[in-house]
Ligand binder design. Sequence first.
Ligand code: GLN
Length: 549
Amino acid sequence: MEENIEKSSETKYIFIFGGVVSSLGKGIASASLGLLLKQRGYKVTIIKLDPYINVDPGTMNPFQHGEVYVTDDGAETDLDLGHYERFLGYSLSKANNTTAGQVYYTVILKEREGQYLGKTVQVIPHITDEIKRRIAVFDGKFDFVIVEIGGTVGDIESLPFLEAVRQFAIERGFSNALNIILTYVPYIKSAGELKTKPTQHSVKALMEHGIVPDIILCRSETKLSKEVRSKISLFCNVDEESVIDVYDVETIYEVPLVLSKNNLDEIVLRKLGMPENTLDLEEWRTFVRKIKNPQHKVKVALVGKYVRYRDSYKSILEAFVHAGSINNTAVEVELIDSEELSPSNCHEKLKDLDGVLVGPGFGRRGIDGKICAIQYVRENGIPFFGICLGMQCAIIEFARNVCGLKDANSTEFDKKTTHNVIDLMEEQKKIFNKGGTMRLGQYPCKIIPGTLAHSIYNQDIIYERHRHRYEVNNKYRSLLESHGMVMSGLSPDNTLVEMIELKDHPWFIGVQFHPELKSRAVTGAPLFIGFIKAALKHRKMKEHKLEEV
Ligand code: GLN
């Protein structure tokens, strides 16, 4: 134990690079290694370095870059941070994601302030120094800092990052830094073989930047044979046991189990001179076993406008996996494009579903379809879950069809509506007109006792994350309430509606925040767990009715 404390006072750095192609799951590999080290009793954090010039992904189209992941402290970050939090089980911060845009922005601001004292400002040393400073922010606070370098080795924009990492390792001493490259070993059908050449080329490209891999993670469709591993070992100059197989598995949550079976965590600890400690993966194994062997099944819809690209709703889809495991239920999620929903086809498209989630989003497009779906599930007692824009649409639908305010709308979609049930707050309008921005990050929410929401959370105050500009207009609160809508969650000063539900419905909940962002593997998120439970109940009731007929 003593030895452990003594050694852990020096933070160890593990750099994870990607070779051959993108989308190999570097984020999952980083998160999995993080979990394994954490489950051996170490303090671990993970940083993502993104070589793109955007300051953050907040302005990027979800079709291109997937979901924007928001942290407690209100940073809009890369979706890989979602994987890190889901695997590690705790919250990260804005310091866990750095982009080239942030690095250049900081350096250019310093230059404008004259802080470089007349020097020529250059990629080396100024940009690389700023990258190194950002890698070192957790120094001494963790035993391990895993640093995932976005993109693929060989990209022009990654160069300053690779150079910074190379310098960082030599400055810290090679015993404190470890390099891992994740590559692809394709199966070529016509030859009937797994091919190692792309891996060899990627490793060579990494070495050209002075970075020598200590471990090679090989993604492949099938397990690597001993021959293939020996070949990679020989030509890439890495000992054979450090050529680690990451074959395709059923669920991403199985990846830590595969990596551990192939001794990744032990090798990492040995190479960094750290005690092995015992590995406790019991809970994780149970969680995975339950995902793979569900006893029940439900089918729910996710209605949104970015459905062509599943990564746009990454956290929601993962929250369903967690909630499914906890309910011993396989959750089949049908993604429905809200633009394709209309009063004439809603019944056909939604009648067999056990629950409908209307997701977050921005802009007018697809709103009518969402409202149509909400009316259908409200009138037919199908469990409904509205997240952010989904809740705002539920309010609009209720105001129009139950309270009789025919042109009720959000001013986001119709500036001139006479019934602006969703609007910017007065305070926000002032900021907004000056280009002001969103409510971002974690805020407290008070849950009203006696509500469905309270029975789900079993807490009086919860903390959830936000990312939106518009709010429920307080002027309409009493009208909505008088027709059966319950404001079940409020900001502690009562000025903002954070959660709604309906009295005469089995399970109808809308939330202004994003509960999916805090759904973690093993423990899940209360609202998703409750929603799947309600969906299961709905299905059982349907089956029961069918049997009776
Ligand atoms: N567009 C809405 C707003 O800004 C909802 C945002 C969201 O769903 N995240 O308030």
